[in-house]
Design a protein around this ligand. Structure first.
Ligand code: BMA
Length: 911
């Protein structure tokens, strides 16, 4: 079926700014009018090329594909041929004559994806093999200023290149895995090419091994030193009450081997008020690579003059304007100027001895910070589809869910510059993996050489951002090696030697050289220092007594906190759910055609890349919530969307609340947990996945739940050793809790009025249990059982009734065992007029009523409206409730919205 409608991400162009002035700069991007072309080498296909961009989008825009949008049905498979071909990108361009007068004229490629030969006017400039490297070529002698220039980039098929490298390596010994699980529908050997690893497919995404220029190409001409990057490191001197600041400025010179004398001026201002100025005369010693760094420039600033930068929820994200200027001595050229932001903060990773194991937590400006957040994958499988607006939307949704941290996972990309600026602004701390995931990697000379350039460039590019918290060498490769995930056992020592060469001798060494201001951990998960003591491949990298832990269990009771480990920090955990009907509609044929809307249909099967995933979803859903209605195949599919999403939300809530309580609890030496980052924040396409936000930005129930389980203050209802208790929790240990009154209600599923309401006034005490009952006897004393009743807790201001923490609830048994769940009559009683609120210019209030308690109430619109409800997927335990819809697009008439409104709840969906 041919459809050109595609899930559209917002279309603002990402401007990759290089923040410096040069003598002269030409950005050869398509947006500036440069007409690139993309073609097969034999020219049988020739289409307009987009820079930045890539071949899949170019072919799609030229309507070369006959099967519709890239992410429609099986197009990831049907269009795979593109990645087996070589492709040429070319540009004819002219430059003004005065360019020739500059001492240096360079052609700089900010991102080449990936393997290419580059020619200018018929002469080779060089070759590329790493998507994460900036390539710079001296074109002073090959550039024509009196006629047009021909630029040609010959890309090799990344799939073939990776296979060739694997074969070459395998003559000695294979660098494993040999291939991905067939369920991934992917391409083998991503570990042999320095390209976004998940572009060859992952367990939540498709393979689109594209080629192209994913960042701008620029002609840069200059006569004096230019500034490329800068590094800053802070120390807090608590005795003298001073910030000790060290800076390093990384420069490029127009010539090699010639010294440059000049003056750097650094000015830090706050709304035009100068906070600090510093002048430093320096002689930059010319080096052969035309790259030089200043010696460390140090200065001090009194605490009293600076507001520190703190993560979201821990204080203000104060950023100062900072200008770095360089004036070359004796030069008539104007100074080079770099305008940036600077945030003052220190980070420390604390691994102190405990009676068993060690702590593992971060201090930011001396304050312990519990990391709460998620894991970040690429926001689109083709980087050109990622926009600044979409990055902002995703990070804002993270902040809306009270997150303060995000782990950039090692199978994706070093993100766009905008990502880090937004994270700085919103106070999202970044755990930054290097881009190595779930594989063994080569450690031959050629590979280590390109890795070295990649790591040095990326650390220099990103290390001045206050949001960046820690660098990590890889995702899960220590545990994979130790646990023989890829069949490495028989040559363990060989693979271990490679592991150390790559992550310790190369990556760790370079990170420490370039950025002594933050911690580095070799892998995630790891045992931190203990892994290092055990020779970097620990005996049990998942040991909860040390470091961080990744935990997945698809078969146990995921609604029971006792299923989960008691780690020092949980950096990955999660469970899948299906995408929404809105997302699936953009991937599938209309309902009724083919079996795209059948749970056992080919489309869902092919999109489920996690082996056995669809069966695990059924197992969990049927164990916790119940079986979907026996109706049509299509209805069952829709019911499974609802059920898998609610199951996912509840399971991750229970697990996240467990890690939260563990902050202050000690279970025989375990506990003292200081972080929970669930897997994964966003999706890369419309398929079953662990994400809380699906492709395009729509929130799944899990994301609504995250706004509550990550709330600063929480009163968790919790069963331990047969007792039900209230566990009050504030992530900031020293903070005084807002005093309020706590209402604990016991309710039957068959009636809306509570059986018992307990009122506890003047609550204030972090992690002190002040209300506890033996659960079964308390239930039976009140005519209840675990199968008929549930509990809720509300914390409010006694005077105004204002809620001071999210409502909490406890289901004493899973829903398959509940005997009196009634088909509540949940109704929309009124839909108000459109008004402007702090959340949206088009806000509509919706009033609901019910006659009986209703679990997992889900509000949706029948059309794909952009926006979200202020609360969703909630337990409705009171007769009425009001929620707001915050629309992203203008709505003038609330009647239309009202007609589209749909309400579902659990008792309607299960048999
Ligand atoms: C972990 C991650 C990812 C993966 C996720 C879900 O292994 O590091 O590689 O997508 O689990 O399986």
């Amino acid at each position: 079926m041919m459809r050109r409608q595609q899930l559209t991400l917002p279309t603002l162009v990402l401007l990759v700014l290089i923040n410096k002035t040069l003598g002269y700069e030409i950005d050869l991007s398509t947006a500036n009018g440069y007409e690139w072309s993309a073609a097969l080498p034999n020219k049988s296909i020739t289409v307009p090329g987009r820079v930045p961009g890539s071949i899949y989008t170019d072919l799609d825009e030229a309507e070369i594909f006959s099967g519709g949008p890239l992410l429609f049905r099986f197009n990831d498979l049907d269009y795979r041929w593109v990645s087996y071909e070589d492709w040429d990108y070319s540009l004819t361009f002219n430059v003004p004559a005065n360019v020739a007068s500059y001492s240096a004229v360079d052609l700089v490629f900010y991102g080449v994806d990936t393997v290419a030969e580059i020619e200018l006017n018929g002469s080779p400039l060089g070759t590329t093999n790493n998507m994460f490297i900036r390539y710079k070529y001296n074109i002073k002698d090959s550039l024509k200023t009196d006629g047009s220039n021909e630029l040609l980039i010959r890309f090799k098929s990344p799939v073939k290149y990776a296979r060739d490298r694997y074969d070459e390596q395998a003559v000695d010994y294979p660098v494993l895995p040999t291939c991905l699980d067939p369920a991934y529908q992917g391409e083998c050997h991503a570990n042999h090419i320095r390209k976004m690893q998940s572009s060859f497919s992952w367990d939540w995404g498709p393979a689109f091994p594209t080629v192209g220029l994913w960042h701008p190409v620029k002609l840069e001409a200059y006569n004096t030193v230019s500034i490329r990057d800068w590094w800053v490191g802070f120390e807090r001197d608590e005795i003298q009450q001073l910030w000790k600041v060290d800076m390093k400025i990384h420069c490029e010179t127009p010539d090699s081997g010639i010294d440059h004398a000049g003056t750097f001026t650094v000015t830090i201002t706050d709304q035009q008020q100068v906070v600090q100025t510093l002048k430093q005369e320096t002689v930059l010693t010319g080096d052969g690579n035309r790259q030089v760094s200043t010696p460390v420039i140090s200065f001090v600033v009194p605490f009293s003059q600076i507001k520190p930068w703190m993560p979201n929820g821990w204080g203000e994200q104060k950023l100062y304007d900072m200008k770095i200027e360089y004036q070359e001595t004796g030069s008539a050229e104007p100074p080079v100027v770099l305008d940036e932001k600077i945030g003052f903060r220190t980070v420390e990773l604390i691994e102190d001895d405990l009676p068993i194991g060690r702590t593992y937590y971060f201090r930011v400006n001396g304050e312990p910070v519990f990391l709460k957040g998620s894991n970040w994958i690429p926001s689109a499988v083709l980087p050109e589809l990622i926009t600044e607006q979409y990055l902002r939307e995703l990070l804002t949704a993270s902040k809306d869910a009270h997150m303060n941290a995000m782990r950039i996972w090692g199978g994706g990309i070093y993100e766009f510059p905008e990502f880090y600026r937004i994270a700085d602004e919103l106070g999202i701390l970044i755990w930054h993996d290097m881009m190595y995931a779930c594989s063994m990697y080569p450690a031959n000379e050629q590979f280590l050489e390109t890795v070295s350039v990649e790591i040095r460039q990326q650390v220099r590019r990103l290390s001045h951002h206050p949001s960046v918290l820690i660098w990590a060498g890889n995702n899960e490769n220590e545990v994979a090696l130790r646990q023989n995930w890829y069949g490495t056992e028989s040559k363990f020592d060989t693979y271990k030697a490679d592991y150390i060469k790559l992550y310790v001798d190369t990556i760790k060494r370079i990170v420490n050289e370039e950025d002594p201001s933050r911690p580095f951990t070799v892998s995630s998960p790891s045992n931190g220092k203990k892994s290092e003591e055990e020779g970097y491949v620990s005996l049990n990298p998942g040991n909860p007594e040390y470091g961080d832990v990744h935990y997945y269990n698809y078969f146990a009771d995921m609604w029971n906190w006792e299923t989960y480990p008691k780690p020092r920090m949980a950096t990955e955990y999660g469970f899948q759910a299906l995408p929404s009907v809105h997302a699936w509609t953009t991937a599938a044929n209309p309902i009724g055609m083919d079996d795209d809307w059948h749970y056992d249909g080919r489309l869902l099967f092919t999109r489920q890349h996690h082996p056995g995933g669809n069966d695990e979803l059924v197992l969990q859903v049927e164990g916790q919530l119940g079986k979907a209605r026996e109706t049509t195949q299509e209805q069952r599919f829709l019911d499974m969307i609802y059920l898998t999403q609610m199951h996912q939300a509840e399971a991750i809530k229970i697990e996240s609340e467990h890690y939260r309580r563990l902050q202050y609890l000690d279970f025989d030496g375990l506990g003292h947990c200081m972080g929970s980052l669930y897997w994964q924040l966003q999706d890369i396409w419309q398929g079953p996945s662990w994400a809380s936000i699906e492709y395009g930005g729509r929130w799944k129930p899990l994301h609504h739940f995250a706004t509550k389980f990550f709330a600063p203050l929480s009163f968790m209802l919790w069963v331990r050793d047969g007792n039900v208790a209230i566990y009050p929790h504030d992530y900031r240990s020293g903070a005084d809790m807002v005093p309020g009154i706590l209402l604990i209600k016991l309710q039957s599923w068959s009636q809306i009025n509570p059986i018992v309401t307990e009122r506890i006034p003047n609550v204030n005490g972090n992690s002190t249990i002040f209300w506890q009952k033996p659960l079964d006897s308390w239930l039976s004393d009140n005519g209840c059982s675990r199968q008929t009743c549930f509990l809720t807790a509300t914390y409010q201001d006694p005077e105004t009734g204002r809620q001071l923490a999210p409502d909490s609830y406890l289901y004493p048994s899973n829903f398959t065992a509940v005997t009196n769940l009634a088909k509540a009559n949940v109704q929309v009683t009124s839909v108000g007029q459109v008004y402007e609120s702090s959340q949206s210019s088009w806000t509509i209030d919706v009033e609901l009523s019910t006659d009986k308690p209703a679990a997992f109430v889900w509000l949706d619109t029948s059309t794909d409206r952009k926006g979200r409800f202020s609360d969703n997927a909630f337990l409705m335990s009171t007769a009425t409730k009001t929620v707001s819809f915050w629309s992203s697009d203008p709505i003038t008439d609330s009647t239309e919205f009202s007609n589209e409104l749909r309400v579902a709840h659990l008792a309607e969906i299960i048999r």
